[in-house]
Design a protein around this ligand. Structure first.
Ligand SMILES: Cc1cc2nc3c(=O)[nH]c(=O)nc-3n(C[C@H](O)[C@H](O)[C@H](O)COP(=O)(O)O)c2cc1C
Length: 428
């Protein structure tokens, strides 16, 4: 029995999470043709809840049907589907699980087969594979409209039984684009110095707090750094986290990187501008990618942290909690194929995640994830993500996990299935 992982954790708003294991958000792609929650989503979240996690954060829920991260995202624009959302929350909160809705706008990282004109702080195209069109810079009235939408969706999440919300401010989506001087070239009050670049995030948090009240958990997923020269830096991250603490944010989920530099998955070659590898020796020893960053945040802020990325062993998780650097352990990929892993970790019958025994790369030679070619490295990341997305889809459909599926098959199904879903979508 892992006593330290089984300890409850109390958030600043007073809500108690029953243990220290959180499910990091993972896009599900299981919405119906009208972008609504489905039975498959309920089945999936039921399985995760019964698997023992204390906190379950949903994959990104979108606020505007024109701009998705991926076809199959749930979209909320109004109160039309409260009943379907309530079914989803009822399944995901079983077993005393906290279920938080991740609310997101993809910004320029919305694929070209969904929108030919994504929205962004400035008209700067994302440099990743060949999938994304050049974005259009948002007008100020549109920025204010997005803040309103974030708050409206948070209010609907609360009313339909989700026990908290998380704003997606990481990984190069809209809020993270505003934070980065590389993507945000604006010269108005939404760009320039860090205070201006963080305005969309801070105003959105304030608008959400105003609508959900003081006792409802609000979390922000934030990059510890974008890991790109001239982008959102470690120092920026520490400052923004101190501002978020003052705003009464209950939990920061700490991650890193963007589609351009997939540090979130520890993509090979996700290096800082100085050539330093993302996973430093100390973090590698403790197995999680962003623990060093978390330690530096601890020096300036007491805000509760969930560090996500790289945790695979019971020992690594216990040591991270014992160190006091992180309060919760965020698990993504380990749970896409092994929903009952948390129960096993908590009662000490499982010592490591099964996915760490697999090789989910495209190959050793030309297609190696260590390739000098950035596109090849991206393809490897997408193959791995595709593999996990297919397993998530299978769980939702009550099918067994396909442990023998190759990452190439995962990637083809992921892209092919996504395009087909987009063709079939009714709500475009
Ligand atoms: C299939 C897949 C889907 C993901 N979807 C999201 C998402 O919707 N929102 C988000 O913030 N992060 C998303 N992530 C990132 C994870 O939350 C997490 O930060 C990352 O996988 C690293 O944690 P891990 O090493 O435990 O997998 C996704 C990752 C994967 C593999």
């Amino acid at each position: 029995m892992s006593s330290i992982l089984s300890e409850p954790f109390t958030l600043p708003c007073g809500v108690v999470i029953k243990n220290r294991i959180g499910k990091a958000p993972m896009t599900e792609g299981l919405a119906d043709r009208w972008d609504r929650p489905t039975e498959a989503l309920c089945r999936l979240y039921d399985r995760w809840a019964m698997g023992g996690i204390g906190l379950s954060v949903t994959g990104n829920v979108m606020i505007d049907h024109r701009y998705l991260e991926r076809p199959g995202n749930v979209v909320i624009e109004n109160e039309d589907n409260l009943d379907l959302l309530s079914n989803w929350s009822a399944a995901g909160t079983k077993n005393g699980t906290e279920l938080w809705m991740q609310i997101s706008h993809p910004g320029r990282q919305s694929p070209g087969y969904i929108t030919r004109e994504p929205l962004a702080p400035s008209a700067v195209k994302v440099d990743m594979l060949w999938v994304h069109a050049k974005p259009r810079a948002l007008r100020e009235t549109e920025i204010l409209g997005i803040i309103e939408r974030f708050a409206r969706v948070a209010n609907i999440a609360k009313r339909s039984g989700f026990t908290g919300v998380q704003l997606h401010g990481a990984h190069g989506y809209l809020i993270s684009e505003f934070l980065s001087p590389l993507a945000n070239k604006r010269d108005d009050q939404w760009g320039g110095n860090l205070e201006n670049r963080a305005r969309l995030l801070l105003e959105s948090v304030r608008a959400i707090r105003a609508t959900v009240g003081p006792n409802y958990p609000i979390s922000v997923k934030l990059n510890s750094s974008d890991f790109q020269k001239g982008a959102f830096s470690e120092e920026d991250s520490r400052t923004v986290i101190q501002w978020l603490e003052k705003e009464g944010v209950d939990l920061i989920e700490l991650s890193g990187g963007t589609y351009e530099h997939m540090a979130l998955l520890d993509e090979e070659g996700s290096a800082t501008a100085t050539g330093e590898k993302v996973m430093s020796a100390a973090s590698a020893r403790r197995e999680a990618y962003f623990l060093d960053m978390a330690q530096k945040i601890r020096a300036v802020s007491d805000i509760p942290l969930m560090v996500s990325g790289g945790f695979r062993t019971l020992q690594g998780m216990e040591e991270a909690i014992e160190s006091g650097v992180t309060n919760l352990i965020g698990l993504g990929r380990p749970l896409s194929a092994e929903p009952e892993l948390p129960n096993g970790l908590l009662d000490g019958t499982i010592e490591h995640a099964r996915i760490s025994d697999l090789d989910l790369t495209l190959g050793d030679n030309w297609f190696s994830p260590k390739s000098e070619n950035k596109r090849i490295r991206h393809l490897n990341s997408f193959a791995e993500v595709g593999w996990h997305c297919v397993q998530i889809d299978r769980m939702g459909r009550d099918l067994d996990i396909n442990w023998n599926m190759s990452p190439l098959t995962g990637m083809l199904k992921f892209f092919g299935g996504g395009m087909l879903k987009q063709v079939l979508r009714k709500h475009k």
